[in-house]
Design a protein around this ligand. Structure first.
Ligand code: SF4
Length: 341
């Protein structure tokens, strides 16, 4: 812990670019040291600061619900060490073909009935072919016609592919940086960090909102967690949506035996993401099911304001959904579509 660091001495990055005398727009950057210094703050100071930033930009008791549907599962040639959908690991996941438009639309309708405002669709591709993009574009149009925001995660995109998805009405594209550049090679060997950044650049260039975050608890150090947050916060502009996942240790993957992350370190990661990316939706994503209610409550206090309900939302009366509703009620959290205040 580095309790000697005062929050006011930590470098700040403003949400809006700063105009300088040379006429170019610049943004201040977060150094890894500055982000690590946030991580090192006394817990109460960190949470107070994160909650203060949160209240400056968002309604304090509103959480966005997003639903994730896997529209093409498994059979992915990448070797992401945490992922049961990789062909490199024997995890019992059966590969499926891309779902048809009608089936996805039915799922999206159900999600909407359950209160979801954004419908996220994931396909386990390394990089989709152009014909895949055509098929997904038809799906996006259908989801949009239901009045939902549409988000996709399809792997690496070329510039024209990103433009096609934009033309179909796609609101968000998810492509996580996963971890810090220094830790990346320990997690994935079939592509490099720059590939990730290139796709994010193509998405941004097409005018699609960027959803990008990472996974913590993969054996990385605190400094590497700070490195991940600094990478995200220094994207210019930073992502509109930042999913923070906790590793789900899946049997058959190389990370099945990874030591669990201290829950308070997870909360710290949420708080640091909130402070460094004040206008982003910070989303509690994978791993939420394994968190206690108390830890989830701390995450909301630290500035998380979006959650994944997951595919299980699609089953009426699912106990996980009921448990979530009970937690939101206990916390006085509303889940209506939330807007910036
Ligand atoms: S690219 Fe996506 S689907 Fe493929 S192995 Fe990595 S995380 Fe899994």
């Amino acid at each position: 812990m580095n309790a000697s660091v005062s929050p006011i001495h930590i470098q700040r990055r403003d949400a809006t670019p700063v105009d300088t005398s040379c006429g170019h727009a610049h943004t201040e950057r977060w150094s890894v040291d500055a982000v690590e210094a946030l991580f090192d703050l006394p817990f109460n100071d960190l949470i107070l600061r994160a909650q203060t930033v949160h209240r400056e930009h968002f309604a304090p008791n509103q959480v966005e619900l997003a639903t994730l549907l896997s529209i093409k599962t498994g059979g992915c040639p990448e070797d992401c060490g945490y992922c049961p959908q990789s062909v490199h690991y024997d995890t019992g996941v059966d590969a499926t073909k891309l779902m048809d438009v009608a089936a996805v639309a039915a799922a999206a309708r159900t999600a909407k009935e359950h209160g979801a405002t954004r419908f996220c669709m994931g396909a386990a591709w390394r990089a989709p072919k152009d014909r895949d993009i055509e098929a997904v574009s038809a799906i996006v149009r259908e989801v949009k016609s239901l009045g939902l925001e549409a988000c996709c995660t399809l792997g690496m995109l070329t510039e024209p592919q990103a433009q096609s998805l934009k033309d179909a009405g796609l609101d968000y594209y998810n492509h996580n940086l996963d971890t810090a550049p220094e830790a990346y090679g320990r997690v994935i060997t079939t592509r490099d960090y720059q590939d990730r950044l290139n796709t994010l650049g193509h998405v941004r260039g097409a005018g699609i909102n960027v959803c990008s975050g990472g996974i913590v608890g993969m054996g990385e150090s605190r400094r590497e967690r700070a490195g991940l947050v600094a990478q995200l916060a220094n994207l210019d502009p930073y992502p509109e949506s930042v999913p923070i996942n906790e590793l789900v240790r899946v049997e058959g993957t190389p990370m099945a035996e990874e030591k669990p992350l201290d829950p308070l370190e997870f909360v710290r990661t949420i708080a640091v993401a909130r402070i460094t990316m004040p206008l982003a939706r910070v989303r509690l994503s994978a791993g939420r099911q394994q968190m206690s209610e108390a830890v989830q409550a701390l995450c909301f206090l630290a500035g998380a304001n979006s959650v994944f309900y997951g595919e299980k939302l699609l089953t009426t009366g699912n106990p996980d959904v009921e448990k979530d509703r009970a937690l939101f009620e206990k916390l006085g959290v509303t889940t209506a579509a939330s807007q910036h205040i």
